[in-house]
Design a protein around this ligand. Structure first.
Ligand code: OAD
Length: 255
């Protein structure tokens, strides 16, 4: 795979790299994206029926079961070469922030795997803007729990207050975790190079991060199968699968 020499030079010298990922990064692990016309989750389900506080209030069991199904699907998949390449980038760039809209925890998985096995591990921030599907909290008191019964008849309840349990993900109409969002904005505004990878770039506020980086003079690189609303502001659109493009790019810059 060939990359522009000026891109390689720039990334080699970059002090601060910020990366935003979306569902496309996990597609090669076998997880479905949201907006693919044929296989996307939102081609089959309506977001407002499953991913909103109103949906949960109206039919908590339907919402709980949909997330339980996705949680199980995620448990059976592994990170792909794109996730590992981003971890490698984090080990090489002087300052690196990984911002993700994904709730699958695959970036965290790679980082923790490396923490346990690598003697040269360098820590970096992973900002989960939309939460994490493996975490569960009470919809009333907010207490997190790792344990809930396997009663399939009803939605499990909080051991403390009796409120219904829900996944710790951001639903449509809810605000993002404040500290993660603030840190994401700060890293987008302060980076030399910003990557937007495997995201359709239509869900706010994540979608605005690439524009913020561009406005502050960062080099903006997109890795996607197709152009997105951010493409007119990007310096490089690398069209292809992130699991193929990213390992080749990391090798070309830091290999
Ligand atoms: P989308 O499904 O909207 O977009 C996935 C993007 O990944 C598309 O632009 C694809 O072209 C691209 N893509 C697919 N396979 C790829 C691959 N192998 N390599 C690189 N790119 C690939 O997913 P998101 O942009 O992540 O929010 O969606 C954003 C948010 O919308 C999600 O976090 C979720 C959803 O509703 C909530 O649930 C709050």
């Amino acid at each position: 795979m060939d990359f522009a020499p000026e891109l390689i030079q720039y990334l080699w010298k970059a002090q601060r790299i910020a990366v935003l990922t979306g569902a496309g990064v996990s597609q090669e692990s076998g997880l479905r994206t949201f907006r693919d016309a044929q296989t996307g989750l939102w081609a089959q389900y309506k977001p407002t029926d499953l991913a909103s506080p109103e949906a949960f209030a109206c039919d908590p069991k339907l919402v709980w079961d949909w997330y339980a199904w996705r949680r199980e699907a995620i448990k059976s998949v592994r990170p792909n070469a794109g996730h590992y390449a981003l971890h490698e980038m984090a080990q090489r760039a002087p300052h690196f922030t990984l911002i993700t809209q994904n709730v699958d925890g695959l970036h965290e998985f790679v980082k923790h795997e490396s923490l346990k096995t690598s003697q040269t591990f360098r820590d970096y921030s992973i900002l989960e803007l939309h939460g994490n599907i493996q975490r569960v909290r009470c919809s009333e008191c907010g207490t997190f729990t790792d344990e809930w019964g396997d009663d399939t008849e009803s939605v499990p309840r909080c051991a403390g207050c009796g409120g219904l349990l829900r996944p710790d993900v951001v639903w449509f109409g809810e605000t993002l975790p404040r500290s993660a969002l603030e840190a994401a904005v700060e890293s987008a505004r302060g980076c030399d190079a910003f990557f937007s990878i495997g995201t359709s770039g239509v869900v706010q506020p994540a979608a605005s991060l690439g524009f913020a980086a561009h406005n502050r003079g960062a080099l903006v690189v997109e890795v996607n199968m197709e152009p997105t609303p951010l493409t007119p502001k990007t310096d490089f659109l690398i069209q292809g699968k992130s699991g193929e493009v990213l390992p080749a790019l990391v090798q070309a810059v830091w290999g």
